[in-house]
Design a protein around this ligand. Structure first.
Ligand code: GNR
Ligand code: NI
Length: 171
């Protein structure tokens, strides 16, 4: 297992569409373990593979609160098969855009079909924070970020800030 560096905007890998997983091999199991370690250490409630530069359709999540038992969820090749008409607004953040938070409106409930880490098909209905997190993570697999739902003014402002910081870091 290994902690992996988390990419930040404007890294172009965060804007790419990722590839479906075809093989449930040891490399996939190691990737999933690395993603959980990286997510818990950050800490975050979700992590998508492209955030660590792995261009595959893999996400991990755990929206359980700190006081209760961990509830790790792995989704491989996830697909949203139903979204509610009812919307819900939640303040979102992203480990690839550290320390930036804005409210985003999304469908309040969703149903998702995915493969678990053994390759078994699972269907899950979600609401509240889990529904928001699932949609946020699946967006990552398609190169989409939560700032894409904000006004252009807000998106451009945060993108410029991180672009300047990256240029300064590169010297
Ligand atoms: O840790 C995270 N918190 C969060 C809060 C509200 C909505 C979505 C999220 S996901 C985020 C971790 C992350 O960047 N996942 O891609
Ligand atoms: Ni994110």
């Amino acid at each position: 297992m290994a902690l992996r560096p988390i990419l930040q905007i404007p890294d172009p890998r965060l804007r790419q569409v990722t590839d479906p997983v075809a093989e449930f091999d040891d490399a996939l199991q190691t990737l999933i373990d690395d993603m959980f370690q990286t997510m818990y250490e950050a800490p975050g409630i979700g992590l998508a593979a492209p955030q660590i530069g792995e261009m595959k359709r893999v996400v991990v999540m755990d929206v359980s609160d700190k006081e209760s038992e961990p509830d790790p969820i792995t989704m491989i090749n996830p697909e949203l098969i139903w979204l509610s008409d009812e919307l819900w607004t939640h303040e979102e953040g992203c480990l690839s855009i550290p320390e930036y938070y804005e409210e985003v409106e999304r469908p309040a409930e969703c149903k998702v079909r995915f493969l678990d880490r053994q390759g078994e098909t699972v269907e899950l209905a979600a609401e509240g924070l889990l529904a928001t997190c699932i949609q946020h993570e699946i967006d990552h697999l398609d190169g989409k970020l939560f700032i894409d739902y904000l006004s252009r003014l807000k998106r451009d402002r945060v993108t410029k800030k991180f672009t300047k910081a990256a240029k300064r870091a590169a010297g």
